[in-house]
Design a protein around this ligand. Structure first.
Ligand code: ZN
Length: 238
């Protein structure tokens, strides 16, 4: 096996007593990977989460695990760690990537979208990025047609256990989440990059859409996304 150099973001890790750790990384070339980092925490080094880095790795034989030889974070992206508006959103994005994407499959477009995040666009970018994660993982619900009657969704619609249903079909169903007229056009615009680019999105709209996406990810995976709770708590302080 050959050592390979790739570009990736470390988004999660578990430390062991000998200061080694197993990290989860999202790379441009190979998608999601698990990586063993010997002596990850020494006097001279630590782990920089969320900052795109150059990694020198080797796949262990007969294993999903890679071993890390060296890694250098790119200083150009230090805001990914230091600007909390960005880092709390990356935390949520990578939590969803971790839940929905398989190991060892490359998603270069998604990686590029993440690298394009900055302080100005982060509120809009997070919605588009999670939309793309849902899409490439095959978990995207249809925002345009009702699951029950298959008619186009005109105005108000509802989310119920993985599906979008229209106003007329919702009667009698238990606890659907309404999708307001405020966010419906944004959800529809997501399928067309240029119309999404021209939209302006308020913090409330961002929060409502993320809430819907998170609910959907939890339905699809039957697991709670812890990062969303901390995301909403932190929003009050930023
Ligand atoms: Zn319907």
């Amino acid at each position: 096996m050959k050592r390979i150099s790739c570009s990736g973001v470390i988004y999660k890790y578990t430390v062991y007593s000998d200061s080694s750790c197993i990290a989860s990384v999202f790379t441009k070339e190979y998608g999601k990977l698990k990586m063993f980092m010997p002596k990850a925490f020494s006097k001279r080094s630590g782990i920089v989460k969320f900052v795109p880095s150059t990694l020198d790795i080797l796949r262990k034989e007969n294993s999903d695990l890679f071993k890390l030889y060296s890694y250098s974070p790119d200083a150009k992206y230090i805001s990914f760690l230091e600007v909390s508006d960005i880092s709390i959103r990356l935390n949520l994005i990578f939590d969803i990537i971790d839940s929905l994407l398989p190991l060892d499959e490359s998603y270069e477009y998604l990686y590029k979208l993440i690298l394009n995040i900055n302080q100005e666009n982060v509120h809009k970018a997070i919605i588009y990025i999670i939309y793309i994660v849902l899409k490439v993982s095959g978990s995207l619900p249809s925002f345009y047609t009702c699951r029950v009657c298959h008619n186009d969704i005109e105005a108000l619609s509802y989310y119920l256990e993985g599906d979008i249903i229209c106003d007329k079909c919702v009667g009698g169903k238990k606890l659907p989440i309404p999708i307001s007229n405020e966010i419906n056009p944004i959800l529809k615009a997501l399928s067309c990059n240029s119309s999404y680019k021209n939209m302006s999105i308020s913090k409330t709209q961002e929060n409502n859409i993320l809430q819907l996406f998170v609910e959907h990810v939890e339905v699809v995976t039957s697991k709670k996304l812890k990062s969303f709770k901390s995301f909403r708590e932190l929003l009050f302080y930023l």
